[in-house]
Ligand binder design. Structure first.
Ligand code: NAD
Ligand code: WQD
Length: 338
């Protein structure tokens, strides 16, 4: 493995993974249409690594642009992040999600097949499990996403399973991320959501920065330790390392398609997250308890034994690092990359 195509490599998780790949000596080409990211991330990546990745501005829906890309470069593998990820938006506009995430992925896989590049790491999500019967969640649990976004992830997983059946030469790792948070410890790359954040951590840091007034805690009557929702938050640097591990392991992967949970195995409640942030930053987070958010589940955290055993990977960074790095990124870049 030497040359890797990273789709969506300008985005939040993609940019951290590109940095990890470059630092490990890979030659990286990014393809991104910047629909949810900024080209200004590129010099930041170069600042960290000393190398500016090659970037092709293109949409995965443009099949001929993908063919051009595979004709010019001989890729050993693809890491596929490009996709839309806002659950609420997917409920409002399902066709946008099916088109971008499913049709875009189909174009990519068709180009890979045509150019005989059969190694793939795919960004799936814990959302494919829906509301689990029990926790911690194992990879062989029932898959039952509850919204169009989640269904796009499951559909792509199923397409990939069929591809692996049709041609066992494919080597495909499905990484099911739990809740990514944090930023690069340099504070120069991180996530800056467009508009009001949907996710807890960027919401907390924007309240801390004074951009938002207060946090709404969505329900305190769940059957959890303190009544608020419990999630498996994972530092984006650990997530980037998981991609590296999966990529390096692909040639030895025993089956053509394999799913891996990528989390810490530990669940924290919303109130614990607020408390940890306040302790780390010294900034008070005003909040009120509101109604549950439709579609939310009580508890979700991973059993990560398979990733440990088969990828030799586990998360190392704790809540303190997640809070510190997220807050450093927010404080240094109140306007994101602008
Ligand atoms: P992101 O929005 O920051 O990154 C996605 C990138 O893909 C963006 O740079 C965007 O411009 C690009 N993109 C989207 N559609 C494209 C298209 N058709 N053609 C070319 N580029 C396109 O999101 P992220 O948080 O880095 O997530 C990366 C992947 O991980 C996504 O597939 C997402 O569904 C998945 N995921 C994210 C989370 C999370 O909470 N962040 C959790 C689980 C899974
Ligand atoms: C975490 C907890 C909320 C915001 C989502 C997607 C999932 C995956 C990761 C892509 C929950 C509570 C949140 C707020 C709150 N993405 N909360 N007030 O919902 O676990 O997962 O992102 O694959 O598919 O659904 O993450 O950060 O939105 O919420 O109280 O303003 O924080 O109720 O308990 P979620 P989240």
């Amino acid at each position: 493995m030497r040359k890797v195509l990273v789709t969506g490599g300008a985005g939040y998780i993609g940019s951290h993974t590109v940095v990890a790949l470059i630092e490990r000596g890979f030659e990286v080409v990014v393809v991104d249409n910047f629909c949810n990211s900024s080209p200004l991330v590129l010099p930041r990546m170069a600042e960290i690594t000393g190398v500016e990745p090659q970037v092709v501005e293109a949409d995965l829906l443009d099949r001929s642009a993908l063919d051009d890309l595979f004709s010019v470069h001989q890729f050993d593998a693809v890491v596929h992040f490009a996709g839309l990820k806002a659950v609420g938006e997917s409920v409002q506009n399902p066709l946008l999600y099916y088109k971008n995430n499913v049709a875009g992925s189909l174009n990519l896989f068709a180009a890979m097949q045509a150019h005989i590049c059969l190694n793939l790491v795919f960004s799936s999500s814990a959302t494919v499990y829906g509301d689990p019967d029990s926790v911690p969640i194992k990879e062989d649990f029932r898959l039952s996403p509850t919204n169009p976004y989640g269904r796009t992830k499951l559909m792509v997983e199923e397409i990939l399973a069929d591809l692996g059946n049709a041609n066992p030469q494919w080597r495909i790792a499905l990484l099911r991320y739990f809740n990514p948070v944090g930023a690069h410890p340099s504070g120069s790359i991180g996530e800056m959501p467009n508009g009001t954040p949907n996710n807890l951590m960027p919401y907390i840091t924007q309240v801390a920065a004074g951009t938002l007034q207060q946090l709404s805690v969505f329900g305190d009557d769940y059957p959890t330790k303190d009544g608020t929702g419990v999630r498996d938050y994972i530092h984006v640097m650990d997530l980037a390392a998981a991609h590296l591990a999966a990529l390096l392991k692909l040639p030895q992967q025993e089956t053509s398609v394999r799913a891996y949970n990528i989390g810490t195995g530990v669940g924290y409640s919303v109130l614990q997250m607020i408390d940890a942030f306040e302790t780390e930053s010294g900034v008070n987070i005003p909040y009120t308890i509101t109604n549950r958010r439709p579609g939310d589940i009580a508890e979700c955290y991973a059993d990560c034994e398979r990733s440990k055993r088969e990828l030799g990977w586990r998360a190392h960074r704790d809540l303190v690092e997640m809070m510190r790095d997220q807050w450093r990124w927010q404080s240094l870049n109140p306007q994101g990359y602008r």
